[in-house]
Design a protein around this ligand. Structure first.
Ligand code: BGC
Length: 745
């Protein structure tokens, strides 16, 4: 047996001996750790010393999924309160696209990929705060997000819940969301740790990756979350190099605790724990959902027996409990206890602030992919605009606004006032003096007739995506999905509507055809040359109508930039073999298939650049209704690395926002991809206005993971520093010579 790793800040466990208080009624006197004047470490230590074995086991074991007798039956699970020790219940609820599960009267926010697409950490922090405030109003004090698994695979059914394909962008976005959530005294949970990059065989598959690939591609966003102070980490369903993620000593102990310095707790994904002793020793602090009968329970009474038998040491259990309590004290859960019960269930959590936030995220995250002849924004008066497609016509419907699964906010949550894109466009067109007609697209002839009779046609196409299943191909498929739970196989049923045929037919009937895509992933566009305008709208949540109308009419500049590469076709994708995806069975392993990450560091744009393959739309790409120029790129060496300065000028006639991006190219001998994102800045500029941007690049921006020394290492040499509007469009560059350096683990 191995007594684990990192210990809490000095003294936490030292206090915790022999101070058991009786189970009498709680009061400030009987719970001295309720004094907020003490440090979280002292409070943790005092409370731990007062806990019996049963108290401790209760603290690490969930009470089952949607347990009707728990503090909050609408939540994904709870840890029971312990009133005699003044410990509040932990109420754990999903999270990646709003306060979902079975909560009512919460906001269905745009999905996480839309937030990442805004490249706006300041907005992400405000969004996190809005999410945290809604959670608290519903009695939730642990949110099960954000998700930062890297979009290795464009077919992954859960990319909508994540932050794209680049570790730096994902880390920056997630860190900001975490700071926002935790400002509301709600613990954030970064998930799914780690390499949970496909839904096919998600509970048995082994993601097999080299250490360097994990360190450089899959794990840095989790490191950024830890550095942002995240209180909890959720280990994933899959195996990593043959070992289940929730009992994997490398990822949990060596990397998360020792390398990243995590002081909070790890909870299992729902049903992802497979053992008692191995998990406790490896660093799984909390089993979810727990509850005998709802899933196999390896903690609870099994853990209690293991401690009594000496298979799990009391030291290990103490550390497990301490880590949970420490996050609770540090983030303020003892001092800010939300209301539970019927009152919380009936409380509307959605607010005008949240809805404004959701609208801003949807607007800023929407990416203008094509705008031939300036077909957008629409300009009246007196025009007829044909709106086409089922996704346009359904207010607050199940069809279009969010991905499915645990991240979905149920429709019964929506408030009155939710309008469809059709309603919002009709209202905005009336102001402009335009007329809107509608065809749902089920009958192509009706859609073509509407398009022919109009000055412009806007086709809404939709792809339904779901947790628990991958997409069959890159095409957009409309339909409906049913999400049962983690243990069941989930699926979508597609409608017979062929959206590619619909777009081509409309485009043939009207030269001013604009496509609005609602999806959580890249989609193929065989009609890309047939249409004038394309907007990637992601899943905008309940504000889909209110956010798209201002973009279409130019009240708002679409300023999103792609957080994921859009390939022309799957044959260009880095995942070329079954061994890479969906994985193959290996001799001697009957648990499940292995997906081998043989593409190594070449994920997303790193692959397209290295192979010289032109994607449909590159990572970082997005147009604006105005235009920008970059000038005066200068790269200088600083004491701790380098800095790059340049000037961005709005050269067009409208106000707009741009996101200049900084990529680093290492000396060839290091074996890194040709260029990697290491900085970006969102700038809003009036017509003609310029701004000088300076971005600091710390030594880590230039480092690679040195497997031999187990450290981040800077190789001596000359590094290119490039400034561009996407990974494929570099406007200027400089270089910096750096000495070799060992940056530690
Ligand atoms: C999902 C998690 C989610 C949990 C609780 C699981 O099926 O993978 O992301 O947080 O359920 O709903």
């Amino acid at each position: 047996m191995h007594l684990r790793r990192f210990t809490l800040p000095a003294g936490v466990l030292a206090f915790a001996v022999g101070m058991v208080v009786g189970a009498g009624p709680a009061s400030a006197a009987s719970c001295p750790w309720m004094n907020p004047g003490q440090s979280p470490a002292s409070r943790t230590s005092e409370l731990l010393g007062a806990m019996s074995l049963a108290d401790k086991v209760q603290m690490v074991t969930g009470t089952g999924e949607f347990n009707p007798t728990s503090a909050n039956p609408e939540a994904a699970s709870t840890i029971a309160a312990n009133p005699s020790l003044c410990i509040p219940a932990l109420v754990l609820n999903d999270a990646t696209n709003g306060v979902g599960d079975q909560q009512q009267l919460t906001t269905a926010f745009p999905d996480s990929i839309a937030l990442a697409s805004s490249w706006d950490p300041a907005l992400a922090e405000q969004y996190g705060a809005a999410l945290g405030a809604e959670a608290f109003a519903k009695g939730v004090n642990v949110l099960l997000g954000p998700g930062v698994d890297i979009a290795r695979n464009p077919l992954n059914g859960r990319n909508f819940e994540y932050m794209g394909e680049d570790p730096y962008l994902a880390g920056q976005s997630a860190a900001a969301v975490i700071e926002g959530i935790q400002s509301q005294h709600v613990i954030a949970t970064v998930k799914h740790y780690a390499l949970n990059d496909q839904e096919t065989d998600r509970t048995t598959d082994s993601s097999d990756a080299s250490e360097r690939t994990m360190q450089e591609i899959d794990l840095p966003a989790f490191d950024a979350a830890v550095k942002a102070g995240v209180g909890a980490v959720m280990c994933s369903y899959n195996r990593i190099n043959s070992v289940y993620a929730c009992q994997n000593p490398y990822t949990l102990r060596d990397v998360l605790d020792e390398q990243f310095g995590f002081t909070g707790f790890v909870m299992s994904d729902w049903g992802a724990n497979h053992s008692t002793v191995a998990s406790a020793d490896a660093g799984l602090e909390m089993e979810m959902p727990g509850g005998v009968g709802t899933s196999p329970e390896y903690y609870g009474s099994s853990l209690q027996t293991a401690v009594q038998d000496g298979q799990v040491s009391m030291g290990t259990l103490n550390e497990m409990v301490s880590r949970i309590l420490y996050s609770m004290f540090r983030i303020g859960l003892f001092d800010h206890v939300p209301t539970e019960g019927a009152q919380a269930a009936a409380t509307p959590a959605t607010t005008p602030t949240s809805i404004a936030m959701a609208t801003k995220v949807a607007e800023e995250g929407t990416v203008l992919l094509k705008n031939a002849g300036g077909v957008l924004p629409l300009s009246g008066p007196g025009r007829t605009i044909a709106v086409i497609g089922p996704a346009a016509g359904q207010p607050g419907a199940t069809l279009a606004e969010q991905g499915y699964g645990s991240g979905h906010v149920p429709e019964f949550s929506y408030q009155p006032g939710v309008v469809s894109p059709l309603q919002a466009i009709t209202a905005r067109a009336a102001q402009a003096g335009d007329i809107v007609t509608y065809a749902d697209g089920d009958a192509t002839d009706d859609a073509v007739a509407a398009a022919k009779a109009a000055d412009a046609a806007i086709v809404f196409i939709n792809d339904v995506e779901i947790e628990g299943a991958d997409r069959p191909d890159l095409d957009a498929h409309a339909g409906t999905c049913s999400f049962l739970d983690f243990a069941s196989s989930n699926s979508c049923t597609y409608t017979p509507l062929d959206e590619n045929t619909l777009v081509s037919a409309v485009a043939a009937a009207n030269p001013n055809t604009i496509v609005v895509i609602q999806s959580g992933d890249p989609i193929a566009m065989p009609w890309v040359d047939q249409v004038r305008g394309i907007l990637e709208n992601w899943y905008p949540g309940q504000v889909d109508g209110d956010a798209i109308a201002p973009v279409l009419f130019g009240d708002v500049d679409p300023s999103g930039r792609l957080p994921i590469t859009f390939p022309v076709s799957l044959s260009d994708d880095p995942l070329q073999t079954a061994a890479q995806y969906p994985g193959v069975m290996e001799a001697g392993d009957s648990v499940g298939p292995h997906s081998t990450y043989s593409e190594g560091l070449l994920v997303g744009y790193r692959w397209y650049d290295a192979e010289g393959i032109t994607p449909l739309f590159p990572f970082g790409y997005g147009l604006s209704y105005t235009s920008f120029r970059y000038s005066g790129v200068s790269v200088t060496r600083t004491a701790s690395g380098a800095q790059v300065s340049f000037t961005v000028t709005n050269t067009g006639s409208r106000a707009g926002a741009d996101v200049p991006q900084v990529y680093v190219g290492d000396p060839p001998a290091v074996g890194e991809p040709p260029e990697q994102l290491k900085g970006f800045r969102r700038v809003s500029l009036a017509p003609g206005q310029s701004e000088t941007v300076t971005i600091a690049l710390d030594p880590m921006s230039f480092a690679y993971w040195n497997t031999q020394s187990q450290t981040w290492t800077l190789s001596a040499g000359t590094y290119r520093v490039m400034v561009g509007s996407s990974s494929s469009d570099i406007a200027g560059q400089g270089s910096v010579a750096l000495p070799g350096m060992n940056l530690g683990g």
